[in-house]
Design a protein around this ligand. Structure first.
Ligand code: ADP
Ligand code: MG
Length: 239
C-alpha cells in the first residue's frame, strides 16, 4: 500500500443472517481527499461505516487504516488510531453548551490534556460555531446541530472523518456551509469519507465517488464520470 493511501479496503464482506449487506468490496481512499459513498437505501453504506469504525467485524477481507488492519478492532481502538464518525442524528447533551459538547469530543479524542481547550476552540471555529459557544445544545437548529456533530468529531483530531449524511435535511444555505466546513476539515489535515444523498453536494465536494448497490461496489471514479455511468443511472432509476 502506498503511503498516500489512508484507507484500503480489500475484499470485505458482511452478512446478516444470510443477507449479504456488503459483498467483496475493495477500494482505496487517498490521504487528503474527500470521497463520497452513494447508493440507494439498503445498499450497505451504514454497514460499511460500522465495519470501518469497529462496530461490526467483517466476515472476510481486510480494512487497512494507515497500513494497519483494523478489521475486528474495537470502536475505542479505532477511534484512538484516528477515525472519527459524525452521526446523521446528533445526540448531544441537550443541557450542555456548544463548547461543553465539543470539549467532550476533545477529551475522548487524541489531544493531550493541555491541548483540549485549543482543540475545542479550533473545532468550533472550523464548524462555524464560535458565536454559538454558550448556547445550550437543545436550542440549536437542525443545521447547527449537524455542525455541532461535525465539530465534536473533529475535536478528536481524527486523520479520517466519516460523515453520515451531513447534508440531509439541510436547506441550500446550510448545505453550502456544510460543504465549506468539510473542505476546511480536509484542508486542516483530515481525509473525509461521507455518505450523502444530496447529489449536487456530492458532485461539488468529492474527489472520488464510490457507488454501492445491494452491497456491491458497482462504480468508482471522479464525480463527472460517475454521473454519466449507465450502471449508476440504472441503479438510481431502479431499472
Ligand atoms: P444503507 O445505509 O446503504 O441504506 P445499510 O448498511 O443500513 O444500508 O443496510 C444494508 C442491508 O443490511 C439492509 O438490507 C439492512 O436491512 C441490512 N442490515 C443493516 N444492519 C443490519 C443489522 N444490524 N442486522 C440485520 N440486518 C442489517
Ligand atoms: Mg444508512
Amino acid at each position: 500500500m502506498s503511503a498516500d493511501v489512508i484507507l484500503a479496503v480489500r475484499g470485505v464482506s458482511k452478512s446478516f443472517r444470510g443477507l449479504k449487506a456488503v459483498r467483496d468490496v475493495s477500494f482505496e481512499v487517498p490521504r487528503g481527499s474527500i470521497c463520497s459513498l452513494i447508493g440507494p437505501n439498503g445498499a450497505g453504506k451504514s454497514t460499511f461505516f460500522n465495519l470501518v469504525t469497529g462496530y461490526f467485524r467483517p466476515d472476510s477481507g481486510t480494512i487497512l487504516f494507515e497500513g494497519r488492519d483494523i478489521a475486528g478492532a474495537s470502536p475505542v481502538d479505532v477511534a484512538h488510531l484516528g477515525v472519527a464518525r459524525a452521526f446523521q442524528i446528533a445526540k448531544p447533551f441537550p443541557g450542555m453548551s456548544v463548547t461543553e459538547n465539543v470539549r467532550i469530543g476533545a477529551l475522548f479524542g487524541r489531544a493531550g490534556p493541555r491541548d483540549v481547550e485549543a482543540v475545542t476552540q479550533s473545532a468550533m471555529q472550523l464548524a462555524g460555531l464560535a458565536e454559538l459557544h454558550d448556547r445550550e445544545a437543545r436550542e440549536l437548529t437542525v443545521g447547527q446541530l449537524r455542525r455541532l456533530e461535525v465539530a465534536r468529531a473533529l475535536a478528536a483530531r481524527p486523520s479520517l472523518l466519516l460523515a453520515d449524511e451531513p447534508c440531509a435535511g439541510l436547506n441550500p444555505t446550510e448545505t453550502a456551509e456544510m460543504v465549506a466546513i468539510l473542505r476546511r476539515a480536509r484542508d486542516a489535515g483530515a481525509t473525509v469519507v461521507l455518505v450523502e444523498h444530496d447529489m449536487p453536494a456530492v458532485m461539488e465536494i468529492s474527489d472520488t465517488v464510490l457507488v454501492l448497490e445491494a452491497g456491491a461496489l458497482i462504480a468508482q471514479g471522479a464525480p463527472q464520470a460517475i454521473a454519466r455511468d449507465p450502471r449508476v443511472i440504472a441503479a438510481y432509476l431502479g431499472t
